[in-house]
Design a protein around this ligand. Structure first.
Ligand code: PEP
Ligand code: MG
Length: 292
């Protein structure tokens, strides 16, 4: 299996009709960047930073985060590294952050909502990312966005962090800010979000669940958790169309980006970047190369 895939290692990702795509890897730990390189990834399309915050007693310091983000930036040698800011809440609990128990955690105080409400915590992460950006091609991505205002607020905080770092004489680099499209709200206003975002990445794991109003862990309704449901396909198509109209890059970092049945549609609609689990990178490139 790996034999026949090896010919796709180090090869550009080009469809039969000659359109150049990118296959990136998803990671959860800084060390995983090596995995992406070894599997022929052209970048990192999703660094799930919550894993830096999980399974420990205290929140990671700015320097600890700086170290992790720098390691990834350097490992990727100027290839694109998309760092998603803290996506906690929902199913991802963190004891020391003492998030109140909620009746509906998936509809609650999580991800960018929590971060915008806890600015010191958020700024610590943003500063670490901006400082690490001097070592590579880092971009910031915002999770679970539902409004334009959330993006504006995050950008104000990033600007504040840049100003602070400047005043402190610390080295940093300002970076592009992108938005995850993983809620029906974000897909529906993707034309408006495209005015504030420098790129999109479609998170089909959450987008499918929220669009279909289904908990995939519930066996009675899990049959509805299906990216091929017309409502989910429409949300994806609309998002890509609005990104194209605004001239911004649009990728996908949910599991569906590696789905051979979906890839032809994603190519047809114009998706630019496919970010998948590192072990699926070569297979995904092969699928793209064998399609028009
Ligand atoms: C997604 O929702 O598709 C996604 C990539 O984010 P996560 O799986 O980390 O929620
Ligand atoms: Mg998600």
């Amino acid at each position: 299996e790996r034999e026949s895939l090896n010919e796709y290692f180090g090869k550009p990702t080009v469809t039969k009709s000659g359109i150049v795509k990118k296959v990136y890897g998803n990671i959860g730990k800084a060390e995983d960047a090596q995995n992406v390189v070894q599997n022929g990834g052209e970048g990192i399309g999703l660094f799930r930073t919550e894993f830096l915050f999980m399974d420990r007693e205290h929140q990671p310091t700015e320097d600890e985060q700086f170290e992790a983000y720098s390691t990834v930036a350097k490992a990727m040698d100027n290839k694109e590294v998309i760092i998603r800011t803290l996506d906690i809440g929902g199913d991802k609990a963190i004891d020391y952050l003492s998030i109140e128990k909620e009746d509906n955690p998936f509809l609650g105080y999580r991800a960018i909502r929590y971060c915008l409400g806890n600015k010191e915590l958020y700024k610590t992460q943003l500063r670490a990312i901006l400082r690490a950006a001097q070592f590579g091609n880092i971009k910031i991505m915002l999770p679970l966005v539902t409004t334009v205002d959330e993006v504006k607020q995050a950008k104000v905080l990033i600007k504040e962090c840049c100003d602070e770092l400047e005043n402190e004489g610390l080295r940093y680099r300002n970076v592009p800010v992108g938005v995850m499209i993983e809620t029906p709200s974000a897909a529906l206003i993707s034309d408006l979000l495209a005015k504030e975002a420098e790129f999109f990445s479609i998170g089909t794991n959450d987008l499918t669940g929220y669009t279909m109003a289904v908990d995939r862990g519930n066996a009675n309704v899990s049959y509805l958790y299906d990216v091929f449901q017309p409502a989910v396909l429409r949300a994806i198509k609309m998002t890509i169309k609005n990104a194209k109209a605004a001239g911004i890059q649009v990728g996908m970092c949910g599991e569906a980006a590696a789905d051979e049945r979906l890839i032809p549609m994603l190519i047809d609609w114009g998706l630019d970047e496919f970010s998948v689990t590192p072990s699926s990178i070569l297979q995904t490139r092969k699928s793209i190369c064998l399609n028009d």
